[in-house]
Design a protein around this ligand. Sequence first.
Ligand code: FEO
Ligand code: CA
Ligand code: CA
Ligand code: CA
Length: 709
Amino acid sequence: MSDRPRLLPLLGTTTRHGSRDSMTCLYRCGNACDHPVPNTSDNAYFGDVVSAEVSRRGVVRAGAVGALVLGFGGAAAGALAGAAPAAAAPGTPVVPEAAGFGRPQPGTGSGALTFSPIPPNQLDTLVVPNGYDHAVVIRWGDPVVPGAPEFDLRGQTAAAQSKQFGYNNDFVGVLPLDRRGRRALLVVNHEYTNEELMFPGFTTMDALSVEQLRVAMAAHGMSVVELERVDGTGQWRPVANGRRPYNRRVTALATKFELTGPAAGSAWLRTAADPKGRTVVGTLNNCAGGVTPWGTVLSGEENFNQYFVGGDAAPEELKPKLARYGIKTTTRYPGGSRKWERADERFDLAKHPNEAHRFGWVVEIDPYDPESRPRKHTALGRFKHEGANVIVAKNGHVVAYMGDDERFDYLYKFVSDKKFLPGDSWVARRHNLTLLESGTLYVAKIEQSSAAEIDGSGRLPADGAFNGRGRWIKLVSGNRSYVDGMTAADVLTFTRLAGDKVGATKMDRPEDVEPSLLTGKVYVALTNNTDRGKPGKAPADEANPRNLNKHGQVLELVEDRADNTAETFAWSLPIVAGDPADPSTYFAGYDKTKVSPISCPDNVAFDATGNLWISTDGNALGSNDGLFATAVEGPERGHLKQFLTVPVGAEACGPFITDDRRSVFVAVQHPGEVTGATVDSPVSTWPDGDYAKPGVVVTWRLDGGPIGS
Ligand code: FEO
Ligand code: CA
Ligand code: CA
Ligand code: CA
């Protein structure tokens, strides 16, 4: 089952800011770091000094998390009336409690993690702790939709790829399908493509055929795949043959999305092909995401800017708005462009200047209803959405936490107008599907307790912690804007500009932002920011305490009164990442000789006992990326241990830990993405020994026990 370890080939790796390879920079985000920081606002530093009392809030009462019905990742599944049918038909959600994936353990994030940490390494394989095994669940090109042809590397077509598992996989969600814990739905984002590693004989992007460009468009998007448990173990695999009614591919090529919320239909979103501004073809660069309590999946459209050309010929008044999102407006986009305008002219802003505004949203898909039209929710704002994660607040409103992954961009939250309806009735489900269509959008302003002591070195202030208080600044509520000179549609479509105006805090690239469903505390992966403190750029502050920040940090946010709809909060940094021997690192005060080195936190998740799991992207310490876990409460808080590493060139994504804690899913994104590698001359041959294929793996304990204790 396990791969034979292979040593890292000695092919020259060209690295950028940290260890991220140049090739990844080019394909994943269009060399974003080579371009000017899009945030040129002067709202860098307020230096507010406020009380640093970080309150330790109690567990959210059961009634509040009783809303956590669907999606069995680290959620308390209580409070559901009525059992779901044993074998549901498409469109019929099954509650996890009834689905029998194991009741989540009552806990507060202080669960013991008993696995032995694995050491840093550069092996071209997936490495897991002793006593664990792993298997590939699905990989690029595997059939998804019934009738999908076998993958043909040298004869790829858009039609075939539209039925097969897409390329690079980031978000992973696993939703239950039956009460015995035997079937589940895997939902995966396909963030981007790397044509050098996909097409034999690749020479240049300009030399790609239109059909190859359409293959790339079809390899973007999402996949829904029905899984079955293997022999009662923690292993899962796609259901073999026969009907797979839930299986679905969502692509950038053909899937239609409905725009919802206050900006839907606005002038900004109208195009020649969609004069009403309400329907968009495709989703782009879907990075992280989340499973909602009502059993849908949210997905963030991230680096959408790199798909567009022609910003130089867009209307003058639009150029500042395009530039704030990283779209080149002075010259033709240099290199890096995906050339999609050759396959579909809507990617040329000279012809269709509003098309770019139709991406950069949070997408919601209902995997239980394969016929449903996925939606883009304008009420959650438009930026380079990493993802979105929802919690039901004590008062029943739902709160989505979100990050804008760019150097010096912002942290957001959305509070729904309507309240969550518990239960699995059709009435409740129909209602809950509308929760993200209207509400209030806020941006975070982080205040400091020890501003005068922050010197950019990472040295702890005298009070022994990076911490402080903060405020959620209201940007828009329903159709009412709170930002001078901007309508609600303006604020929601150009949310970055609204954040600039109200003085939001410039953060070190907010990636995944996720609340613990057991405590209501929120954890933010701030992955790195090598521009922090450079001349003309915002200096270190207490929440972003290191200049030229290579390794990133994790921020913990505790809403006042343990109310996730509160407008004020306390915050602290439990983890300042890096080599524990580096004095600028911090692990909640835990003995650093017992902590695994970590760099560039990206995705976060919780197990059912509330432990925090962190995957990394761009490890600047020279080892492969991987997955880590730590308790966040009690004496084990800060005892971070490495659980796995992914193969050469890959980042570790997902992760997803099932509520019975018997299965840990991880996406292996861009294996072998090393400058100079091609599909004909690969640097990684994971997972099959021939050429690199992104894929999803599952890890389980050989003795059948739960991960951890
Ligand atoms: Fe796709 Fe922010 O990582
Ligand atoms: Ca990410
Ligand atoms: Ca997550
Ligand atoms: Ca990242």
